[in-house]
Structure formats: structure tokens, C-alpha cells
Ligand binder design. Structure first.
Ligand code: SF4
Length: 364
């Protein structure tokens, strides 16, 4: 049973006993622990799951199938409303070209992330996945789609989450990732994305995804105007869902890129510092004691993300594309060796994590 703690030393003792920290402990850590203490405490939890100097990575791209969206999140620079100029929907051939390029670079994971486009039916997405499976087999794994898109597809098709999950699974979907979670508090969503479903619906959808035999992940985005209490609420809801289901295979946190977004303009396009990102990563590792894989975001932190390995993370992506974050200011480097060398210089030996091969091995 968790006890009330009043000092960093008491929290350290708890963690050394593999005892879970409380929201109040998390708040105390955030407010009073030094960066070095956060790093050290996160490393204590990390070694429960991973050898100290090991880490894994993926080479992947995010394919943005359509930028037409009706959700109107105020932190988004990517979308175009239906009927406005500049809207697009990728053809299957355009998607294939992106997958061919990914394979040629040595990657094997494509995440799909697009807008809530009322012109696209569930069949468009099912046909796309079937066509990819027919062409590539198990050479590529798909994070298709995000939970946010999944909820919209269900709504748009007037199907339950359970029925929608089954339809997507039959088409060849294996993963629906936690994308679209941002900050999982009802108040945050009312402030910034009121057309993007409630927290309760988010977890209801994720439970249906797991019940259908699909796999899923947890995500989080920080650096909007959320409070530390909201961040901890997000972590706490994630940990509770994981206690109930055990189904979230990883946790990835990235930071808001403000450029060209309405919210960014209000916040004077100020991003959180790398130091704040790293502290949050450490807090996530300490709090989420039931999710073995904690991922650091090269997409939004570039080479600084690798320091996340010292703050509890054990895995990262080398992304080659994500229009959503690139439009808001993210920059991508294809100098993979240089990025991997940063991990090595920090004392880690990165190993490629073959997501596609993992599936082939599971079913063989
Ligand atoms: S973040 Fe996603 S759901 Fe929100 S407006 Fe942008 S594309 Fe649409």
C-alpha cells in the first residue's frame, strides 16, 4: 500500500522497495527534486526492465493520409477544413511510394495519422490496409491508425468501437496507437480540442481495441498550457488503464511544436526546454511502473532526445517524415549514424527493434 511521503529521500526509499509513487509524490518530485535526482530515480525504475546500457530504436515514417479535418484543435498547424484550398487525400500509389522509400532506407514501421475527413469512409482505410498487406506482406508493420482517428471512423460509420475494431482487424490492422491523447484531462480537451472526444471515450475506445485482439500504445504530448497537475492526472489515468488491461506496449511522450498554430501564437511560440522535457520523461518512467518500454522523441527533441536514455527511456524512433509536427516546426535529420553516435557517446548500445519481424516471429 502507498504511504504519504514528505521528502525526496522517502520517495527514493519507496522506489528502492519497488513501491509505487502517488500523485502527491509525483508533484513533490516535480517541484523539489533536482535534475540529477530525477535522472537517478528514473534509472532505478528503468533497470527493473532493461540492462543499464541497452536501448532500442526504430526507423519509421508517419504517413499523413489526409490533411482535411473537422476537429479544429487549436494546437494544430496541419489541417485544412473541408472545401478549403490545399486539402489532400493520398492515393494508394502515393502511400506505396512512401513505403518503398522507407524500406529502401532500412525502416520497417509506418505510422498512419490523418485528419477527421468526412469524405473518407471506413472502407477507404480498410482498402488501403488490405492493399498494403497484399503488396508488402510482413515486410512492413503499420501503426494504423491512432485512437483519435479510430473514434472518428466509428462515429462516421455509425458503428460501435467494438464493430469498428473488428472491421479494421479483418482488413489487416494489428496496431491502433495512442495518438490523439495529448493531455488526458476533460478540462484540457474542452480548452483545446472540444470536437476530439472525451477522456472517457478515449479509454472506452482503447479497451475495445484490446478486446478485439489488436495492440496499442500510450502517448502524451506536453508543452501546451497544461498544469503539472494535469500532466500527473494524465500519467495516473494511463497507469490505471494499464493496471486494468496490461495492454499498452509502450509509452511515448513528445512536446508541442507551436509554430503556425493558433495556440502557439497565444503562447508566443515558446517551446518547453529540453531540460523540462527530460524531467518529464523521468517522471513518466517513475510513475508508469507498469509499462516496460518508455520512448524518447527524436522527432521533437532531435539529438537532445537521446539524453532521455539517461532519464529513464529505453527506446526511440528515427523518423523520416511527419507532416503534422513538421508543419508546426519540427525538423528531421536523415543522418541516422550521427544520431546513433549520440546514444553511443552517452554510454548506450542501440539495437534495431524489428517491429515487422516481431510479428512474423509471433505468428510463425
Ligand atoms: S490535431 Fe489531428 S484531429 Fe486535431 S485538427 Fe489536427 S489533424 Fe485534426
Amino acid at each position: 500500500m502507498s504511504t504519504t511521503t514528505t521528502s525526496i529521500a522517502e520517495i527514493r526509499s519507496k522506489i528502492e522497495r519497488s513501491e509505487r509513487i502517488t500523485p502527491a509524490d509525483a508533484l513533490l518530485l516535480w517541484r523539489e527534486a533536482t535534475d540529477e535526482e530525477m535522472r537517478s530515480l528514473a534509472s532505478l525504475v528503468r533497470v527493473r526492465f532493461h540492462a543499464p546500457n541497452s536501448c532500442t530504436y526504430l526507423l519509421m515514417r508517419i504517413i499523413n493520409t489526409t490533411n482535411v479535418c473537422v476537429a479544429q484543435c487549436d494546437y494544430c498547424a496541419f489541417y485544412t477544413l473541408p472545401g478549403q484550398p490545399g486539402g489532400y487525400v493520398l492515393t494508394q500509389e502515393q502511400v506505396f511510394a512512401k513505403l518503398d522509400e522507407l524500406l529502401a532506407l532500412g525502416g520497417d514501421l509506418a505510422g498512419f495519422n490523418g485528419g477527421f475527413n468526412p469524405q473518407l469512409s471506413l472502407d477507404y482505410y480498410c482498402d488501403l490496409v488490405r492493399a498494403i498487406r497484399a503488396r508488402y506482406g510482413d515486410r512492413i508493420e503499420l501503426y494504423a491508425f491512432t485512437i483519435a482517428e479510430f473514434m472518428y471512423l466509428a462515429d462516421h460509420a455509425s458503428l460501435s468501437f467494438a464493430e469498428t475494431a473488428v472491421r479494421l482487424k479483418q482488413a489487416g490492422v494489428r496496431w491502433i496507437t495512442g495518438g490523439g491523447s495529448e493531455i488526458l484531462t476533460e478540462d484540457f480537451r474542452r480548452r483545446h480540442s472540444k470536437f476530439k472526444y472525451t477522456v472517457a471515450q478515449f479509454f472506452e475506445a482503447q479497451a475495445a481495441i484490446l478486446a478485439a485482439g489488436l495492440r496499442t500504445t500510450a502517448t502524451m504530448v506536453i508543452g501546451f498550457d497544461e498544469t503539472i497537475e494535469e500532466r500527473i492526472e494524465h500519467l495516473d489515468r494511463t497507469r490505471r488503464f494499464q493496471d486494468e488491461t496490461g495492454g499498452q506496449e509502450s509509452f511515448l511522450c513528445w512536446n508541442f511544436k507551436p509554430w503556425s498554430t493558433p495556440l502557439g501564437e497565444q503562447l508566443h511560440n515558446i517551446e518547453i526546454t529540453p531540460a523540462e522535457y527530460l524531467r518529464h520523461l523521468a517522471l513518466s518512467r517513475i510513475y508508469l511502473d507498469n509499462i516496460p518500454r518508455i520512448r524518447t522523441s527524436v522527432l521533437t527533441q532531435n539529438e537532445r532526445a537521446l539524453e532521455g536514455l539517461l532519464y529513464g527511456a529505453d527506446d526511440f524512433d528515427l523518423p523520416i517524415e511527419d507532416e503534422v509536427t513538421q508543419k508546426a516546426g519540427a525538423t528531421i535529420s536523415l543522418n541516422f549514424d550521427k544520431i546513433l553516435d549520440v546514444a553511443r557517446s552517452l554510454g548506450f548500445e542501440p539495437t534495431y527493434r524489428h517491429v515487422a519481424l516481431q510479428h512474423a516471429a509471433t505468428v510463425s
